[in-house]
Design a protein around this ligand. Structure first.
Ligand SMILES: *Cc1c(COP(=O)(O)O)cnc(C)c1O
Length: 377
């Protein structure tokens, strides 16, 4: 089936009792058991929930995976993924990981005796030479936030397979519509469902997808044992949202292409980062492993005054954390997502005060461009 068909049908069927077309929000903590040791496969809400199972099956299908295991946030999902490794193990992670993932690994997981190497995973040679005897996982984010640096998932998966290492990919920025890491050779995909999957900036949730039975078993166990599960209502909202994921992603992509082209022509723009632009250093790789370029455009203005002007004078661009919603949002990495990164390191990374990240929404792009035009005059 095609993506949009799966998005609308996978994991869902009309209710057998009533014929209700839409999967219900199953608000129950417990299930009646017919006899001792006899039940319908549902016992307790932390372990089983119909709405959650539908949503997990739905997103697993979109990611071309067999199993979906969902969590109360993207970070809870990432915590479950990293709990697949043990004390004494070594993990290779993308140097410029999402701030929350970095914080989790560096300030909490590290204390459990797990060693991390922060590697520029866009460079295959660096990935290869970072592999050690005890390396058990490579954790990659592509494209990265906010500079949209790509890592070659297929090339990294070859290194992982050769060395019996689990490859996990955070696919939040592309959504399953534009990139399917499992097809490219990854063992695990993780998403913050708070972003494109839910797409309306109204919930916090996360999910892990895999084809590996052993990994699925362990993650299901973590889901049950730790208990960081999403609520039935949040699961229902995600299920409702993925029905329009194809339409939304097409529009995010289209709008982002037009905005990035428009901004490329402006004298007040110093640098523009978007994998869809021909001058993006990894445009070729983007075309190879992604079927679109996504909705995130990062812009550096020639000075901070112009950056402030853009942030304060635009009316349709809301200054806020997060991304992937229908409305256009801007974030200022230097003071927001990367505020705790020491200034020297931040500048080395290229994240100056004059840089903003735009999560391009699905408004009429003419209105977005007119808004920029007015603001910058
Ligand atoms: C937002 C985000 C996360 C964390 O997800 P939450 O749902 O906020 O916990 C992880 N990775 C990426 C790339 C994100 O954008």
């Amino acid at each position: 089936m095609g993506f949009a068909t799966d998005a609308i049908h996978a994991g869902q069927k009309p209710d057998e009792g009533t014929g209700a077309v839409v999967t219900s929000i199953q608000m129950t903590s417990t299930y009646a058991q017919e006899d001792l040791g006899k039940n319908k496969g549902y016992e307790y809400g932390r372990v089983h929930n119909l709405t959650r199972e539908s949503m997990e099956k739905n997103i697993a299908t979109l990611e071309k995976g067999k199993y979906g295991i969902s969590f109360s946030s993207g970070l809870a999902a990432i915590q479950a993924v990293i709990s697949l490794v043990n004390s004494g193990d070594h993990v290779i992670a993308t140097a410029n990981l999402y701030g929350g993932s970095f914080r989790l690994f560096d300030t909490i997981i590290k204390n459990y005796g797990i060693e991390f190497s922060w590697v520029n995973t866009d460079n295959i040679v660096e990935v290869n030479s970072a592999v050690k005897q005890n390396t058990k996982m490579i954790f990659v984010e592509t494209p990265t936030n906010p500079l949209l640096i790509l890592s070659d998932i297929n090339a990294i998966s070859k290194i992982a397979k050769k060395n019996k290492i689990i490859l996990a990919v955070d696919n939040t920025f592309m959504s399953p519509y534009f990139q399917n890491p499992l097809v490219l050779g990854a063992d695990i995909v993780v998403h913050s469902s708070s972003k494109y999957l839910s797409g309306h900036s109204d919930i916090i949730s996360g999910i892990v997808i895999t084809n590996d039975e052993e990994i699925n078993k362990k993650l299901k166990y973590t889901q049950k044992a730790i208990g960081a599960i999403p609520s039935p209502f949040d699961c229902w909202l995600i299920l409702r949202s993925t029905k329009t994921l194809a339409l939304r992603m097409k529009q995010h992509n289209q709008n982002a292409i037009e905005i990035s082209k428009y901004l490329s022509t402006k004298k007040y723009v110093k640098n523009i980062y978007y994998p869809g632009l021909k001058n993006h250093p990894q445009h070729k790789l983007a075309k190879k492993q992604m079927s679109g370029f996504g909705g995130i455009v990062t812009v550096e203005f020639v000075n901070f005054k112009l950056t402030k002007k853009f942030i304060t004078k635009t009316k349709l661009f809301t200054l806020a954390e997060s991304l992937g919603g229908v409305e256009t949002l801007i974030s200022h990495p230097a003071t927001m997502s990367h505020g705790s990164v020491p200034e020297k390191r931040r500048l080395e990374m290229g994240i100056t005060k004059s840089l903003i990240r735009i999560s391009v929404g699905i408004e009429d792009v003419e209105d977005l461009i007119a808004d920029i035009e007015n603001a910058m005059q």
